[in-house]
Design a protein around this ligand. Structure first.
Ligand SMILES: N[C@@H](CCC(=O)N[C@@H](CS)C(=O)NCC(=O)O)C(=O)O
Length: 217
């Protein structure tokens, strides 16, 4: 059976679980506790030498990098959420790259400095936090405009790019990133967060975090 190694507060890991859910795949979810440094243990490095989650083991085929993983799973299922049409696929790739590099990169900076730094006993990097907030300030309106003009991020059809964006924006509230003013993102997100593929992962990222940190946040 497909194995997904991940953690509940890792957005790239959640992205993989959401995609597998949407594709109707059965899988074993193997929790890798980053707080306990399990990703640096030899058993895990033997699976993924870069020491990061998520990683999948599909009957001995090992793959890391969440976007590569979800494309592989969708192609394997011949799913319309990653269509083979050249231009449709190129647009999905475009929004997935944009999400990973610009939105995800910025969200990680904000989340790390505002939430995880204290747990990791690391100093807050104000420059990094500011850069993250600036990028989100610049790019979230672009995403909002795209979702005003289209029902889904890559156009008319729901795709892997929606799953990637949904998982990437998941920690917005806990990171104090205001999404409320982007009404098209809000509407799009409300609809998707009610769907089974999301709910099979969690009800809400913030609630999951509270459950894990038990009042320490
Ligand atoms: N670009 C990667 C990012 C993976 C990543 O940074 N994962 C984090 C958890 S969200 C991790 O494993 N961190 C542990 C470390 O870097 O030591 C992907 O999309 O899969």
């Amino acid at each position: 059976m497909l194995k997904i190694y991940g953690a509940d507060l890792s957005s790239p890991s959640n992205k993989v679980r959401m995609a597998a859910n949407k594709l109707g795949l059965k899988y074993e979810y193997i929790l890798v506790e980053l707080r306990n440094k399990q990703h640096k243990e030899q058993w895990f490095l033997d699976i993924n030498p870069v020491g990061k989650i998520p990683v999948i083991d599909d009957n001995g085929f090992i793959l890391f990098e969440s976007d590569a993983i979800i494309k592989y799973l969708a192609k394997k299922q011949n799913s319309e959420i990653y269509p083979s049409d050249l231009r449709q696929q190129a647009l999905i790739d475009q929004w997935m790259d944009f999400t990973a590099i610009h939105i995800g990169g910025a969200m990680s900076r904000v989340l790390f400095n505002r939430v995880f730094a204290k747990f990791a006993k690391e100093e807050v990097d104000e420059m990094s936090l500011k850069a993250g907030l600036n990028f989100l300030h610049r790019f979230l309106p672009v995403v909002d405009k795209q979702l005003k003009d289209n029902p889904y991020i890559a156009g008319e059809l729901f795709s892997l790019a929606d799953i990637a964006l949904l998982a990437t924006l998941d920690p917005a509230e806990v990171g104090g990133v205001s999404i409320e003013k982007h009404e098209n993102i809000v509407k799009w997100r409300q609809v998707l967060k009610k769907q089974a593929f999301y709910l099979q992962c969690h009800k809400d990222y913030g609630e999951k975090m509270k459950e894990i940190f038990k009042g320490k946040i």
